[in-house]
Unconditional design. Structure first.
Length: 345
């Protein structure tokens, strides 16, 4: 999920703790090492989780599954208990309070900076890019309401039924029939069909592949950006077996599509766990930023982080598709050889 950035450090630590404890049991000393905080801080957070019935201590600390049914349920509970997140939720859905302490608004605005959004108290909503706000609303419905796609798209349709400001970017949809078919299948109005379609692509790889092939057929600027990127990012040592390359291309296409929509890289990167970025990816990011107009407003560090996520997830998919030990070892060797390369640094 991407919502932990709408809370304070205490809640973020608690979310990190439950993510660790969902996999295995830990001692306090081990948790100190994982979180990089003091013993006192870890014990304080564990005590809070224990008092709420979320964690318990036997010989080691572990989650108390008698009070929660899943990790995702527990994650949502901790977020929804946070006053600042509750306030964010209200403004996200244009239902925020007009009369509220300036201190609370300032705190929320500080959190919203990562998405270039802010609070509009007079209109009781968020101010900023409308497409990003729409994307966050869709993501919120998926994560907290757990609606089926048709239900969540119709929930947004009701919310935006009086607004007419979403217009398709012609260069992003080379095959209009795909969009029209999608809108008809889900009975969606024109004003939100495009954004719902792009959301649908992110969760259905076959549809995303078909959409990418449409861009390939028409040789669109977005497709040309992918080809130019592949020429810059030389990864032949990894793609020798040709199993991770198609995955990498689709994920890069998803990234570029989001950027073209106006979504900040922070939205993409927040879906992943923090991971050290190899120096070579910063070099590639600089070259991509210079070469592609699409990326000129992107920060190099955020672009390098996005490339790292794409590369790692493609590598994981490639391993899962090749259970043969010899092949898996070759994939791992290619991946680590690429990361350790210094030819452009």
């Amino acid at each position: 999920m991407i919502w932990q950035f709408m809370t304070g450090k205490k809640e973020q630590r608690q979310l990190q703790l439950i993510e660790l404890l969902k996999e295995e049991c830990y001692t306090v000393k081990e948790l100190m090492g994982q979180l990089g905080v003091s013993r006192k801080t870890v014990l304080r957070d564990l005590t809070v989780l224990q008092e709420k019935g979320y964690a318990k201590k036997l010989t080691q600390w572990q989650l108390d599954w008698s009070n929660v049914t899943s990790f995702s349920e527990l994650y949502r509970k901790i977020l929804l208990e946070n006053p600042t997140f509750k306030l964010f939720q209200q403004y996200l859905w244009s239902d925020g309070p007009q009369e509220i302490e300036y201190r609370k608004i300032k705190q929320l605005n500080n959190y919203l900076l990562i998405w270039n959004l802010s609070v509009n108290r007079r209109r009781r909503c968020l101010s900023g890019d409308a497409r990003l706000i729409f994307h966050l609303q869709l993501k919120f419905l998926r994560d907290f309401c757990q609606l089926e796609e048709r239900a969540l798209y119709h929930r947004l349709a009701r919310h935006y039924e009086e607004q007419q400001f979403f217009y398709p970017k012609q260069e992003l949809i080379p095959d209009k029939e795909m969009l029209l078919t999608f809108a008809a299948d889900f009975s969606l109005p024109e004003n939100i069909a495009e954004l719902c379609f792009f959301d649908y692509l992110r969760y259905h790889i076959q549809t995303c592949l078909a959409f990418y092939l449409c861009h390939e057929k028409d040789q669109t600027p977005l497709y040309q950006a992918i080809i130019q990127s592949l020429q810059i990012i030389e990864m032949e040592s990894m793609w020798e077996l040709n199993s991770s390359k198609p995955v990498f291309i689709l994920k890069l296409f998803d990234l570029f599509l989001g950027i073209q929509q106006g979504l900040p890289l922070a939205v993409f990167n927040q879906k992943w766990k923090p991971r050290e970025v190899p120096a070579i990816l910063f070099s590639f990011s600089k070259e991509l930023k210079r070469a592609l107009p699409l990326l000129r407003n992107c920060r190099i560090d955020e672009l390098a982080l996005a490339l790292n996520h794409i590369l790692y997830s493609s590598y994981q998919v490639s391993l899962s598709l090749n259970p043969n030990l010899k092949t898996s070892l070759r994939i791992q060797e290619g991946y680590h050889a690429f990361l350790s390369s210094s030819k452009r640094i």
